[in-house]
Ligand binder design. Structure first.
Ligand code: SF4
Ligand code: SF4
Length: 479
């Protein structure tokens, strides 16, 4: 039986469509959404995807690489570790490229695949629909029972259920807040906050409490409003989507005119396939009717696809009245195809991702520059050798102090040598810089041109850290 309240809401909204959000009534008051639990193919796959997300979310903070977190985004202290590599403010250009790549990625991805991200992998959707909402179904029952409970008097059962739900919600929010904080300050620091006296980590302790309160507020009360009111990505949909984008769409050509299910279609009863059962509306976590077309509140969660497929099975009509499709695809009555445009965008996205990955993986943790001393060309070294004087600056982006030795590499390394001025190595402080001067000495017989390209290896003990290039300047005449 159709829920009359839901039907009335939809009718009201159709009369004043686009006047307001689907979760706001005519007085501007929030309409609480009690979405029915979806069941079906997409919901099952999304459940598996969410398990994958949970495994990643709760295990990554424990992963370390060379003694440091695998991922750490410490915005307050401008310290970032991505895939175990530290990024300092001087790496900002990489961040710039990352941001540009990310924005291009989002634009192309959304243009081709709509809100696939929101429905399938957005942490907000996953935590809300796959964790908190499931807890709610478990404690309070499905939508109908929840509505009854909400409307009913404060009996012992209602107090027990509501209290249990909110305690569990707060505990979950507390756990998420701890892990969220570990992505900012690292699991090691979080452990200190947990195990050491509160007085020593008052700021950290307060952060956990504030994050817990925020997450609890979001998942217990604010819920879908994050997607429909706050999320900037959601607000951008209207400019990012076009008529060829893949969206969750209602096939109005097949579905209209909608009407109650009748076994036989006659000349008088010639309705479309939509049996106006409102199941797609009842399962919608943002309270919209997908039959009204693409709407900015739609997070592409696929719940309406599952609900409608179930109804189509029940009445013996083909599935896919609500499905992944493009506006043009529906208008032309065609199934969703992996179009040339989508292929092009996918190719571009793969290239961008590859570029970014290469940038991240090839970024050096210890780097430097070698400059030839100005005003000097070369020095005579006895009867058979020449030398050039250089200065070197070394940047150490690691958390360890490094004694750096220099060695001449390649062919010239076998016949020439590096003579460091002062001690035998340059001490480079952790997260700091080191500098020094050195000579490169080559035998005259090896100098076949005025300018010779050389490679200088930077070593820590026997471990080669990196290699820098420079030039050796000899006399104009050949020896
Ligand atoms: S319209 Fe469908 S896909 Fe969009 S949010 Fe509602 S249930 Fe999810
Ligand atoms: S679930 Fe399908 S048949 Fe039922 S109202 Fe929605 S679109 Fe129509």
């Amino acid at each position: 039986m159709i829920d009359e309240a839901v039907k009335q809401d939809v009718i009201e909204e159709e009369v004043s469509f686009r006047d307001r959000l689907a979760t706001v009534d005519e007085k501007g008051k929030r309409k609480w959404v009690t979405a029915q639990k979806p069941k079906g193919k997409f919901y099952n796959i999304r459940t598996w995807v969410s398990w994958g997300f949970f495994v990643l979310f709760f295990t990554i903070p424990f992963i370390t690489y060379h003694g440091r977190p695998f991922i750490m985004i410490n915005i307050p202290q401008a310290e970032f570790i991505i895939f175990g590599k530290i990024f300092w403010p001087q790496d900002f250009f990489i961040f710039g490229i990352m941001m540009i790549t990310f924005i291009v990625f989002i634009v192309l991805f959304t243009a081709a695949f709509g809100r696939l991200f929101c429905g399938w992998v957005c942490p907000q959707t996953i935590f809300m629909e796959m964790l908190f909402r499931k807890v709610e179904y478990f404690i309070e029952g499905d939508a109908a029972k929840q509505k009854l409970l909400n409307k009913g008097p404060w009996t012992g059962e209602k107090i027990r259920k509501k209290t249990t739900k909110h305690i569990v919600f707060f505990l979950l929010a507390f756990i998420i807040a701890n892990f969220f904080l570990s992505y900012i300050i690292s699991m090691k620091e979080l452990e200190k906050i947990i195990t050491e006296p509160v007085s020593e980590h008052f700021g950290g302790f307060m952060s956990i409490l504030i994050f817990s309160a925020v997450f609890y507020g979001v998942y217990a009360y604010f819920r879908e409003q994050v997607c429909t009111v706050v999320c900037p990505y959601g607000r951008l949909q209207s400019v990012l989507l076009d008529r060829n984008s893949m969206i969750v769409a209602y096939d109005y050509k097949r579905g209209e005119p909608r009407g109650k299910f009748k076994k036989e279609k006659t000349a008088e009863i010639n309705t479309g396939d939509c049996i106006d059962c409102f199941q797609c509306v009842k399962v919608c976590p943002t309270n919209i009717d997908i039959r009204n077309g693409t709407q900015m509140e739609c997070v592409g969660c696929t719940a309406c696809i599952d609900a409608c497929d179930k109804m189509m099975d029940a009445v013996g009509r083909p599935r896919g009245l609500v499905r992944y499709a493009s506006e043009n695809g529906i208008a032309d009555g065609k199934k969703l195809r992996y179009t040339g445009r989508m292929k092009f965008y996918t190719g571009l996205l793969i290239v961008l991702t590859g570029l970014l990955t290469t940038l991240l993986l090839t970024r050096k943790e210890v780097d430097g520059t070698i400059i030839r001393a100005t005003g000097q060309l070369y020095q005579e070294r006895g009867a058979d050798s020449l030398s050039n004087l250089y200065t070197i600056k070394i940047e150490n982006k690691t958390l360890n102090e490094i004694p750096v030795q220099l060695k001449l590499e390649g062919e010239m390394g076998e016949i020439g040598k590096v003579e460091l001025v002062g001690s035998g190595h340059i001490q480079v402080m952790k997260e700091g810089q080191g500098a020094g001067s050195f000579f490169i000495v080559l035998p005259r017989s090896a100098i076949k041109s005025r300018k010779i390209g050389l490679k200088v290896g930077l070593y820590q003990g026997d471990e080669r850290i990196t290699e820098l290039k420079t030039n050796f300047m000899g006399p104009f005449t050949r020896f």
